[in-house]
Design a protein. Structure first.
Length: 107
């Protein structure tokens, strides 16, 4: 999964700014969302919503400076519990302390 991509930055959506062959391959053979709406477009709250499947007022991450409580239920934790290997690479932006560091990831 990859998040926070503007449609105008992906060539599958007609971008002339970037070439995104791997995302284009997924769009051509799997899924392309042509009528999708975002209820939370700010980086940190958006990531918390994706991970928890809940709105910001439920998961508590409402601003760029709000950190996520890593005891919240997330889809990586559920995948891990079901026997899948999980990993997270890239920016976290949800806080760095024992109570905020990523959980539910093998790597």
């Amino acid at each position: 999964m990859s998040d926070d991509h503007a449609a105008h930055a992906i060539s599958a959506y007609g971008s002339v700014i970037n070439e995104t062959p791997n995302l284009d391959r997924i769009a051509a053979g799997e899924m392309r969302l042509n009528a999708c709406f975002c209820t939370n477009s700010i980086c940190t709250p958006s990531r918390a919503s994706i991970l928890t499947g809940t709105y910001s007022h439920v998961n508590g991450v409402t601003t760029l400076d709000t950190h996520m409580d890593n005891t919240l239920d997330t889809f990586p934790k559920r995948l891990q519990a079901a026997g899948y290997q999980t990993a997270m690479f890239g920016k976290w932006h949800l806080g760095h302390r024992p109570e905020h560091d990523p959980t539910g990831f093998d790597q």
